[in-house]
Design a protein around this ligand. Structure first.
Ligand SMILES: [Zn+2]
Ligand SMILES: [Zn+2]
Length: 212
């Protein structure tokens, strides 16, 4: 006994069926049930997009992941993109086999500020290098600090001439400590209480007096 599609009346002798509907009508219903537009969160400063809670540079791969995280039951493959929309291949396992469609989805960009850009904006710092002594060695240290912090997605938040040297304000005390250990700079350390974290633990900013 052939089945007849309740929407278009074609029979299962002609077309494959998914449940009580023919392939074509099933695909149409599947496509219509999917979102036409989705929100992509983007940092307004560095333009990175949020994927699984992390801001990352936009490319085909990260955009595909950002779209995928909005579709729980379907598998997404990015076929093309423009600033305003993506063309995706969407497939889903149904009880009667796998359904797939190509679909254009509009992108709505939600502006945000990623943690790094937020910190840069408020001149956040955890550590300070007081670099004193030979000016060409100071410049060399600064270049190395810049490279290390850049590589680790951290930053120098401020640079100030002071007492014939440079004060360098740094976003990460972990990296600052690694730096002085690696270059064997033997700094004189001091600590300034800067507040408390959420659990009430005291937070200190580290100052490294470094003579070069
Ligand atoms: Zn049909
Ligand atoms: Zn950013």
């Amino acid at each position: 006994m052939p089945k007849y599609c309740p929407t278009c009346n074609r029979s299962s002798a002609e077309l494959r069926f998914y449940g009580s509907f023919c392939e074509e009508c099933s695909r149409k219903k599947f496509s219509e049930a999917l979102a036409d537009s989705i929100e992509i969160t983007r940092c307004k400063e560095c333009l990175k997009i949020r994927v699984k809670g992390q801001f990352t540079a936009e490319n085909d791969n990260s955009l595909e992941k950002a779209v995928q995280q909005l579709f729980r039951k379907q598998d997404i493959k990015l076929m093309g993109r423009s600033p305003k929309e993506v063309l995706v291949y969407i497939s889903e396992d149904t009880g009667d086999g796998r359904l797939s469609v190509e679909k254009r989805i509009k992108l709505k960009h939600v502006k945000a500020l990623c943690e790094r850009c937020y910190k840069i904006k408020c001149n956040y710092y955890e550590a300070m290098f007081q670099l004193r002594g030979d000016s060409s060695r100071i410049s060399k240290v600064i270049r190395h600090v810049e490279a290390l912090f850049e590589r680790n997605n951290e930053f120098i938040s401020k640079m100030e001439s002071k007492d014939g040297g440079i004060d360098l304000y740094l976003s990460s005390k972990r990296l600052a400590s690694e730096f002085v250990a690696y270059y064997k700079l033997y700094p004189k350390m001091s600590y300034t209480l800067s507040g408390q974290d959420r659990s009430g633990k005291k937070v200190y900013k580290n100052t490294y007096a470094i003579h070069l």
